[in-house]
Design a protein around this ligand. Structure first.
Ligand SMILES: [Zn+2]
Length: 171
């Protein structure tokens, strides 16, 4: 998610950050060093490409669309499942036949993992706030989240409240 929001064209353009420099790849690594230790360093182009391929999954308007788009990513990254063992522990692993798509494969796999536990794809969303297209995973009990963050939620509520008050004052 962090990758999509920081390197994706849609979130950056929507937030008018299109001309600002990207965060450094090291900042990504610093966020969860253990996870990223499995990956080679990524260049900016790979991060942007991956973000742009993942963003539409969150923007999908139906479960069908979400599934279709994930299937496209699986074939784009040429991913295939296999089984690996360590002593008696046998586990599912996924391989990618495209070394240049390792990051995409990792991101796709983490979405697949997420859907395994929470098949409701409507919980993957794009922020409805003005000037924001950041993505989020709705983990609220009711599943009615609309915003990426409290900041966006509050900003939008304030705006709605002001508009309402203006309308009331005019009538
Ligand atoms: Zn937002």
């Amino acid at each position: 998610m962090h990758i999509v929001n920081e390197w994706g064209d849609a979130p950056r353009t929507e937030a008018h950050e299109g001309n600002e420099p990207y965060p450094t790849a090291e900042s990504l690594r610093a966020q969860s060093p253990q996870f990223w230790a499995h990956f080679p360093p990524f260049d900016e182009r790979t991060l942007v490409e991956t973000a742009n391929l993942i963003h539409p999954i969150f923007a999908a308007s139906s479960g069908r669309e979400c599934a279709d788009r994930l299937n496209e990513l699986i074939s784009e990254a040429q991913m295939s499942p296999a089984l690996a063992s360590e002593a008696w522990a046998v586990q599912e692993v996924w391989h990618t036949a495209r070394p240049d798509r390792v990051l995409l494969a990792g991101a796709t796999l983490s979405l697949i993992d997420h859907l395994r536990h929470e098949p409701d794809a409507s919980r993957l969303g794009v922020c409805e706030g003005d000037a924001c297209a950041d993505v989020y995973v709705d983990q609220s009990p009711a599943g009615r989240r609309q915003y990426c963050s409290l900041t966006c939620q509050n900003r939008n509520r304030t705006r709605a409240y002001r508009a309402h008050r203006r309308a009331a004052a005019q009538s």
